[in-house]
Write a protein that binds this ligand. Sequence first.
Ligand SMILES: *Cc1c(COP(=O)(O)O)cnc(C)c1O
Length: 417
Amino acid sequence: MPFDHALNIQPSTSGDTGAATQQLLDDAGHSILFTAKRPDVVMERGAGMYLWDTEGNKYLDFIGGWAVNALGHSPAVLHDALAAQSAQLIQVSPGLYNKPMIQFAKRLTELSGYDRAFFASSGSEANESAIKLARKYGSVHLNGAYEIVTTLGSFHGRTLAMMSATGKPHWEPLFAPKVAGFRHVPFNDLEAVEQAVGEQTCAIMIEPVQGEGGVHPADAEYVAGLRKLCDERGILLIFDEIQTGIGRTGKLFAFEHYGLRPDIVTLAKGIGGGFPLSAMLTHEKLNLFEAGEQGGTYTGQPLAMAAGSAVVEEVVRQNLSQRAEAMGVFLREGLQPVAERFGISRIRGMGLLVGFDLPHPVGSELVSAALANGLLINSPSPSVIRLMPPLIVTQEDVSVMLQQLALSLEQVMGGLN
Ligand SMILES: *Cc1c(COP(=O)(O)O)cnc(C)c1O
């Protein structure tokens, strides 16, 4: 049984009282640097599609660790791989090879059709690596061209450079001075990119589906046009597949939907199933870094490599990409009657990355109501809801989610319509 943890769902036995939880929340309020508004619950345990808080309340998880828990919570294969690897070897110097690093690089390049893999711990780092490689390419082959064209509404991470790469207008004034060398153009607008590409351009970077931007897939003609433009100008096409990669969109990699290949692909989130892991894949012709130009203490970290291998192998073995495709269709169809009832529009997405528009900007109220009803959903902007459940989600889970969603919508919008 692949997900035996999920079959043995027990209520919390922590015995925490309301007072103990309140103490934890007070401690959080006094010790954790504020970076995010979080609800007054403390998560304690997960299994399959469900999470439990310290009060023993159960939540059906359609956020999935932010599109991360591809195999659900605490899957046996990941737990076992980490236990076995941690008994064997936890960390070696990045200056030395280790076995799981070589094995995982070989497997990922086989599965993706790329030649070379670089590993890091977070999505932002994988994107930094892609930008550095594109600039290296510019310095070697394009007379020092360094500019990267990215899109409005994109999200590429929270390091200084990735905040500059990201196309969120309200981030523009933050943390000045910005990292130079990024130009933002409207998404799905080929003409705008053509105009933005100049002598100084070395690459174009997009998300095949803008995730944080509200679940907006790139059009097929747009992506084909970008590939052609890059080929004509001799510049690189980079796909940020941190959210879309490893089965999420119904293919192992989202680029497969478009029948073409970017020059560089970045992966994170789902690839580690919850363990911090990211990767950058590329072709042999971009095997360009000199020793020391790129690296990191945790590149090829054995535990991360064991986690990534276990997750990717399980996604392939169970064909969770195909499952994501089928469940995505089931989910979007199931949303139709709810949408009609509540005035929801533009149900969209690819595979199990699904978004829709609310008729009123009540996203955060809806998220709170859903939480109280035992359902986790995400609102990337006030009028948009995003669903990104684990790839193991069943039809029954979707049915339960739809009921809880409808109940929450009724509570939040009952008075508005
Ligand atoms: C989450 C995300 C990132 C950033 O990844 P981190 O692991 O948070 O650094 C970058 N790009 C996309 C498309 C993402 O969804």
